[in-house]
Write a protein that binds this ligand. Structure first.
Ligand SMILES: Nc1ncnc2c1ncn2[C@@H]1O[C@H](COP(=O)(O)OP(=O)(O)OP(=O)(O)O)[C@@H](O)[C@H]1O
Length: 302
């Protein structure tokens, strides 16, 4: 049986028909944050972000369920429609734990604070319900699902979403015409559809496959944990292009990365620095530049 979190992907929402709409990115910082606009025309930075809030996290604390060890120590974060947020920070600062807590990973317990997703309280929702509500998580280390082909996995996920929306299930032939262009866009060999999910996939192939899942299933908010790790330059570009192609004025991305090169390809509206289970600094991508210039040298690499 697949681990519980597989349900997050298995029942994630169907790709949105609006996904071909052009991205309206917002680059405005929170009013309390000042930062440089180096490398960016001031005209490119709207005065205020106006999308509706998708995710509102307030004072979130969370611990490892088994040991009670506190990992998140009061996270505050708002992600609005159409925004791209990058989370950076030293190893062990709590970035992955934050994403896992957001999708309801069973190893963690929320001990305080609130998480609202599209106005709904997430904390007591099952992982699969969070997924059906429009959350998608790509894993830092994507799991294998022996005995389930990629094609069947994706079809199942898409049909679960269609069922929830009261739409008829897609048959395999119909679905093939949906998935095929997405496989091509990611420059994946169509044979990957017949292979069992992630079984025997290389690290880079697993990452591409995660983004294939996202592009087929879709999400209002995609949580991408180090999608750049293990990718060569061409693969990173393919993956970044696929993510950029999915962005609409209505959906958002939160991506964890250590690397400036990802921020060059998927331009964040905000960059947050995590330390000791908290967001300690927020700004635009110039924060990452400051990091590279020495402020937080150990956090970001080129
Ligand atoms: N299930 C767990 N059991 C024990 N410790 C845990 C567990 N999950 C997370 N931790 C600890 O919590 C801290 C934060 O881990 P997390 O994976 O969130 O860090 P991160 O910022 O994503 O790090 P990296 O950049 O290395 O991926 C680490 O010290 C980690 O060992």
């Amino acid at each position: 049986m697949a681990p519980p979190l597989a349900a997050v992907s298995l029942t994630s929402p169907l790709f949105s028909p609006s996904s071909s709409r052009p991205l309206r990115r917002r680059h405005a910082p929170p009013p309390s944050v000042s930062f440089q606009t180096r490398g960016r025309s001031p005209a490119a930075a709207p005065a205020e972000s106006s999308g509706s809030p998708l995710l509102e996290v307030r004072g979130l604390t969370a611990s490892v369920k088994e040991t009670g060890q506190q990992i998140l120590a009061g996270v505050d974060l708002t992600i609005r429609e159409g925004e791209i947020h990058a989370i950076m920070g030293k190893n062990g600062s709590g970035k992955s734990t934050l994403t896992k807590v957001l999708v309801g990973h069973p190893h963690y317990e929320v001990t305080g604070g609130t998480i609202l997703f599209k106005g709904q309280d997430l904390v007591d929702m099952e992982p699969e319900d969070r997924s059906l509500a429009g959350l998608f998580m790509s894993f830092q280390a994507p799991i294998e699902i022996p005995g389930v082909s990629n094609f069947d996995f994706l079809l199942m996920a898409v049909n679960a979403r269609r069922e929830k929306s009261g739409l008829p299930a897609l048959g395999p032939l119909e679905f093939y015409s949906v998935v095929s262009p997405k496989v091509d866009a990611l420059k994946m060999d169509p044979k990957f559809l017949d292979r069992n999910v992630n079984e025997g996939f290389s690290g880079g192939e697993r990452k591409r496959n995660e983004i294939l899942q996202l592009s087929v299933i879709g999400a209002d908010l995609a949580l991408l944990d180090e999608i750049d790790s293990g990718l060569d330059v061409d693969a990173l570009e393919d993956v970044a292009n696929a993510v950029n192609g999915l962005l609409t004025p209505q959906n958002s991305v939160m991506m964890i990365t250590h690397y400036q090169r990802l921020l060059d390809l998927i331009k964040p509206s905000y960059v947050h620095i995590m330390e000791n289970g908290k967001i300690i600094k927020t700004g635009d991508s110039s924060i990452a530049t400051q990091i590279n210039e020495g402020g937080f040298k150990s956090i970001a690499l080129v």
